[in-house]
Design a protein around this ligand. Structure first.
Ligand code: ASP
Ligand code: MG
Length: 436
């Protein structure tokens, strides 16, 4: 069985929902995971905001607006009065449920109940539509098998056992359909896997049922080996190792969050990124296969700050780096790149909210300097150190560009350069010309 996940925009209108049902029907049953219709989770967050501040009118106004939108979707989606009524009954039940929260104490427990409604509505709407088309669809409630433990981590053993038991009791469906994002927590309350969590759901389900593949469908153009806005002649990336995808995750490269693909990686299930606007295109496959000697992609991230601390006390000392890192930790600031010499260390950060405090604290240990307006440019691919010449090619491409730092050897899949923001375009073009 394949797991097919569709994001909010892919189910964002009646037309889009109809389109999805064309993609999911095939000779074999598929397991379909849906996000809420685009904009809905944001509206639910907004409703919760009004309820926290006890603004009943504000909450009711957003609920009213949502209801109007969904009534329109129902008109457009279903052909028969019978199914229009079925869907509307379900949705109106949801809207009066939402309105009922204006009469109670509002806490995070209630907020999570509200946030769960988006995925419940989208899956019910698609289930009714499939039924109207005569498809045998099994709508499974994610609340019956998706669970996080007391630390907020998915309970993969529970999920596997529960879901497989449910599937055993539900044989013969053409489509198994469920909600992304929502789950129960250790206290059995309704909870969720955080914003964007539907991808995580798909990956967890894929691992639980040992799916043949996990497909992540969005409506964006697929991954390219460089930024098409900056470099001409970029090519689609057809294949990535899970670790390469994780490296690219930092650059927001239209890739799943590394945490979300972890269950698929460990269960050794390929993840495919596909485009609903171009369903025939091969997309990008992410799995555990290596492509020896291949460079896959170049990515960049701007507005990076480099912090250098220089101290003769660092020479031959131990524990110096720990003290330095602890300062960043105490301000909840994550370090992305680091480079050290015997008497100095440079770290890059992208969150500068506490830069002033960090610099002040670092001064206790050495001389500190800060460079802002920097850009990380990263080359991702088979960069294992035994490969001769790959890092040389990357470094050679940067020959005319001032490089603030270079990081290589942190993983087998990456070499990164820190340069000035204004040199980004030149760097990306030069790397493209040298590497691809
Ligand atoms: N609907 C949720 C969100 O908007 C989850 C998801 O779409 O992945 O964050
Ligand atoms: Mg999403």
């Amino acid at each position: 069985m394949k797991v097919m996940k569709f994001g909010g925009t892919s189910v964002g209108s009646a037309e889009r929902m109809k389109n999805v049902t064309k993609l999911i029907l095939g000779p074999e049953p598929n397991f379909v995971v849906l996000s809420a219709m685009s904009g809905t989770t944001n509206s639910l967050v907004e409703i919760s905001g009004y309820l926290y501040s006890k603004n009943t009118d504000g909450a009711l106004e957003i609920i009213g607006r949502l209801e109007k939108k969904y009534r329109q979707h129902v008109e457009e989606l279903y052909a028969t009065e019978e199914f229009k009524k079925k869907a509307l009954d379900y949705l109106l039940g949801t809207f009066s449920y939402l309105a009922s929260f204006t009469k109670q104490l509002f806490t995070p427990v209630e907020e999570k109940l509200i946030l769960a409604q988006g995925e419940l509505m989208s899956t019910h709407m698609v289930a009714f539509y499939l039924q109207e088309q005569g498809v045998n669809v099994a709508l499974l409630s994610a609340l019956d098998f998706m669970r996080i433990d007391a630390n907020g981590e998915p309970d993969q053993i529970y999920i596997r056992e529960k879901l497989n038991a449910i599937l055993d009791k539900t044989p013969g469906a053409q489509i198994y359909l469920t909600q992304g994002f929502i789950c129960r927590n250790a206290k059995d309350e309704v909870d969720n896997l955080q914003r964007g969590g539907s991808d995580y759901t798909a990956s967890l389900i894929g691992a639980a049922i040992q799916a043949d593949e996990i497909q992540i469908w969005t409506d964006i153009d697929g991954m390219h080996n460089n930024d098409p806005r900056v470099v001409d002649g970029t090519k689609p990336v057809r294949h990535l190792h899970f670790e390469e995808a994780a490296e690219l995750g930092y650059f927001g490269a239209k890739i799943l969050h590394p945490t979300c693909i972890q269950p698929a990686k460990f269960a050794n299930i390929p993840v495919k990124l596909l485009n609903t606007m171009e369903p025939e295109a091969p997309g990008t496959t992410i799995d555990n296969r290596e492509d020896p000697g291949e460079i896959k992609a170049v990515a960049a991230k701007e507005n990076i700050t480099a912090v250098t601390i220089h101290s003769s006390r660092m020479l031959l000392a131990y524990g110096f780096l720990r003290k330095v890192f602890e300062i960043f930790e105490s301000y909840r600031t994550s370090i992305d790149m680091i480079c050290t010499s015997e008497v100095g260390v440079t770290m890059s950060i992208d969150n500068t909210a506490h830069l002033a405090e960090i610099v002040a604290d670092l001064k206790a240990y050495g001389t500190v300097s800060v460079d802002s307006g920097m850009c990380i440019v990263s080359v991702v691919g088979d960069m294992s150190w035994e490969n001769v010449g790959f890092e040389a090619r990357a470094v050679d491409a940067m020959r005319d560009i001032p490089v603030r730092m270079i990081s290589f050897g942190g993983s087998n899949y990456n070499i990164s350069f820190l340069i000035k923001n204004e040199d980004k375009k030149r760097a990306l073009q030069a790397l493209s010309a040298k590497l691809f």
